[in-house]
Write a protein that binds this ligand. Structure first.
Ligand SMILES: *Cc1c(COP(=O)(O)O)cnc(C)c1O
Length: 220
C-alpha cells in the first residue's frame, strides 16, 4: 500500500485525540514529503544530524519530535526548532536543554522517558530514579523546559500481556506524577507510548501520542 493509504488506515484505527507521530528516521526527505502531502505534520527522528539536515530542507510547518537518545553536546543543534523532546532521561540533559532553550528564547516541551521494559538496551529513568528526580525539584528552576508528560517503550516480545502490563505501568506513573507534582499544570498531559507492533494496546492503555514508523513507511 502507499504511504497515504497507510496513514489513512492508521488514522481510522485510532481515536482522533491520539496524536500520530510518523517516525521517519532513515527515510528520505522525498518519503517525508509524500506523507506531508497526505496531511501528516508531526514527524519523529532519533538522530540529531539527520534531523537537522531534514529540517533545513523540508516545510517550516512540520512539527519535529526527537525520540532517540539525546547527547548533551548536540542539544544546541535542535533547540531552535524542536517541538517536543520525548527522551529526557537525566538532570544533566535537562540542564543543557534549559541552557539552549534560553539562548533561543524558547520554552522546549519535554517528556520524562521511563525505563519499564525488561531489556538492558532501552534507556530512560527507572521509576524510582524518576521519583527522585521529581522530588529533588531542580526542574522547577528550569523555566525554559516544560515537563509535558512521560514516554516509554514496551519490551520487544510476543507476550502481549507483558506489553500491556508495561504500558499500564507507564500510565500509572504518569497518574502518580500528575497528582504529586502537576495537578495544576495543564501542560503535563502526554503519554507517548506505542509503536507499529503494539500501538493498539498502547491506545487501549491510555496513550495520547503514538510513534509509528514501519506501519506508515514500510521496513527501514
Ligand atoms: C524507531 C522508533 C519508533 C518507531 O518504530 P516502528 O516499529 O518502526 O513503528 C518509535 N519509537 C522510538 C523511540 C523509535 O526509536
Amino acid at each position: 500500500m502507499s504511504i497515504k493509504g497507510n496513514l489513512e488506515e492508521l488514522r481510522r484505527s485510532v481515536p482522533a485525540e491520539v496524536k500520530i507521530v510518523a517516525v521517519s528516521k532513515f527515510h528520505s526527505s522525498d518519503t517525508i514529503l509524500e506523507a506531508y502531502g497526505a496531511n501528516q505534520r508531526s514527524f519523529g527522528e532519533s538522530r540529531v544530524q539527520e534531523l537537522r539536515a531534514k529540517q533545513q530542507m523540508l516545510p517550516e510547518d512540520i512539527e519535529w519530535h526527537f525520540i532517540g537518545s539525546l547527547q548533551r553536546n548536540k542539544v544546541k543543534y535542535i533547540a531552535p526548532f524542536i517541538h517536543l523532546v520525548h527522551s529526557l532521561d537525566s538532570e544533566r540533559l535537562m540542564l543543557e536543554i534549559e541552557k539552549q532553550a534560553a539562548a533561543n528564547r524558547r520554552i522546549i516541551p519535554c517528556l520524562l522517558q521511563l525505563h519499564v521494559a525488561h531489556e538492558d538496551t532501552k534507556s530512560g529513568f527507572l521509576p524510582d530514579e524518576c521519583r527522585r528526580f521529581l522530588a529533588e525539584g531542580r526542574w522547577r528552576d528550569c523555566k525554559h523546559v516544560q515537563l509535558a508528560g512521560v514516554m516509554g517503550m514496551a519490551t520487544f516480545t510476543d507476550d502481549l500481556e507483558q506489553v500491556r502490563g508495561e504500558f499500564r505501568l507507564i500510565r500509572s506513573l504518569f497518574e502518580e506524577f500528575k497528582s504529586d507534582y502537576f495537578a495544576n499544570d495543564e501542560h503535563f498531559r502526554e503519554i507517548s507510548m506505542g509503536m507499529s507492533g503494539d500501538y493498539p494496546i498502547a491506545v487501549e492503555e491510555g496513550a495520547t501520542i503514538i510513534r509509528v514508523g514501519t506501519s506508515i513507511f514500510g521496513e527501514r
